[in-house]
Ligand binder design. Sequence first.
Ligand code: TYM
Length: 349
Amino acid sequence: MTDDIAATFEPRVFSGVQPTGNLHLGNYLGAIVKFVALQETHPCVYCVVDMHAITVFQDPAELQKSIREVTAAFLAAGIDPKTQIVFNQSRVHQHAELAWVFNCIARLGWMNRMTQFKEKAGKDRENASLGLYAYPSLMAADILLYKATHVPVGEDQKQHLELTRDIAQKFDNDYRDRIAELGFGPRFFPLPEPIIQGPATRVMSLRDGTKKMSKSDPSDLSRINLADDRDTLAQKLRKAKTDPEPLPSEVEGLSGRPEAENLVGIYAALAGTSAAAVLGEYGGSQFSTFKASLTDLAVEKLGPVGAEMKRLAADPAYIDGVLASGAERARVIAEPVMTAVKDVVGFLR
Ligand code: TYM
């Protein structure tokens, strides 16, 4: 059934990244590298989700800097802003409008299951913003506003994608007759497929292989930032937690060794190969040897991205131009979809 539904929609990729602090290797390998690959086969819409960012307070000047930084990372990684759409979310007001409609579609029970809200709100849930709670509904709006069929993300976004499908499905069910009557059918929204593949869908902290690498970890040693220079990167990998055993020769040997598994996964993703192939080469090696090779590889792959980000940071006018032009093109897709949603729901306009 999913295939039938997907088949009635033109393929389109949508994904977003929050402008909240430094981008790290998890963002890069889990998401941005895939964004770059998908532009070869699909029309893509890549969004700097500034409205998501303010669900937790952001210093305004820092937010503006971060929006430009994420945009620079997209471009430095190889996304072509001429053939694809790159923009910041708040410039296209339909995101907020559709999110409101979806707030009225999504059920409290669904939202209460969102593990990321629980993690982010922590113990002091009463003090979390309403926006943080409604966050996944805005994310569903981001995706469905463009009727996107494919969404490249890291493993941590899987549950939000499931919710997006539930919202799409419920909207279509609730308004089935109206959708048919207005000739928008048989389906109004696609059921978007997450693209979560490869050896680095969940890059872990360098200090603790059971914790996700994240922007919010207080220790900068826990993550590799895209902007890190060679020395910083080498130091972080040297200090990365490991265990005393040499690397195994088979993937099965990584089980119960989260730090080893993480470093092998990072190597595989950077080299564009599999964990099995990496172990084929490094099985039996000590971590000191492996870490030295990983540092060289990381510098080779990330160095040019970091350098290009720096170059772009010196040209904010260019970045702003990319975002303005992207938003204009995003609106061309978003506006008719939102207008149709208003007609379906029964708003007068
Ligand atoms: P964000 O900004 O936290 O992260 C951006 C992307 O990076 C991925 N990622 C990781 N992948 C592997 N290992 C990690 N340690 C790691 N950390 C982060 C995330 O899975 C994500 O793909 N809610 C989203 C942003 C968003 C969005 C959207 C995504 C808003 N609207 C619509 C897709 C479609 C988020 O907070 O990502």
